[in-house]
Every structure is written in C-alpha cells, then in structure tokens.
Design a protein around this ligand. Sequence first.
Ligand code: HEC
Length: 110
Amino acid sequence: MSACSTNQATEPVSGSPSPVNFSLDVAPILNNRCIKCHGGTQPSGSLDLSSYTAIMAGGKTGTVINPGNSDKSLLVSMVTSGKMPKSGAKLTPDQIKILSDWVDTGAQDN
Ligand code: HEC
C-alpha cells in the first residue's frame, strides 16, 4: 500500500469510456425501463431487449448495437434523443452513459 494514496480514486477521463458490466449495469436498466414494451412474444419495433442475444439480433430496422461505436448504435441514439423510453421519464444522464460506455467498450456479454 502506498503511503501517499489520497489521489488514487479513479477519476473518469472525459472522452474515454469506463468499463461496464452487461449483467450488473446494463440489463437492470433495460429490464426496468424497456422490456415492458421490448419483451414478450410481440416486442415493440420487433426489438426484444430481454437478453443479450436478443439485443444483438436487433429490431425491425436491423441491428441496434454497433460494438465500439455508440454514435452509430440506434439503441443509444434513441435514448440520447429522448425518443425512448416511449413513455415515462427519460433515462438519466448516468443511465445513458452506462449504455453508451457499454457499446463503446465493445458491447460485451459479461
Ligand atoms: C411504452 C413502450 C416502450 C418503451 C417503454 C420503450 N420502447 Fe422502444 N419502441 C417502442 C415502439 C412502439 C417502437 C417502434 C417504433 C415506434 O413506434 O416509435 C420502439 C422502437 C425502438 C427502437 C427501434 C427498433 C428498430 O429496429 O427500429 C429502439 C432501438 C428502442 N425502441 C429502444 C428502446 C430502449 C433502449 C428502451 C428503454 C430505455 C425503450 N425502447 C423503451 C416502444 C417502447
């Protein structure tokens, strides 16, 4: 242990995405805010957000996740623009950051 450890908190470097865990960080947001419409037998927009495999399969307009590129991922642009969730409160900036960091760090199934 360092004697001089006051500065060791990990500070987020703006512009570089933080590591995100799919099952701990991403899935709970989708489960709480998205799968009431994007789940079940007839998911809205033909997009099922209830599992990693289903998310990566995409919806009626094709894939919604472009690993490594949140700017080109429909799922991220929909929540950033506020079009999704289609009803209820928008996601918070922290929740949006989790989704976009997850995509930017490769959209891993972890
Ligand atoms: C109240 C229902 C509802 C909720 C909640 C909802 N959506 Fe949607 N979503 C829809 C509908 C309906 C569509 C089909 C397009 C439209 O009518 O706008 C859609 C379309 C989409 C699409 C485009 C799919 C495609 O391939 O065209 C994405 C991406 C999406 N939603 C993401 C999300 C995310 C992420 C959340 C949660 C943060 C969410 N949605 C929450 C109803 C909902």
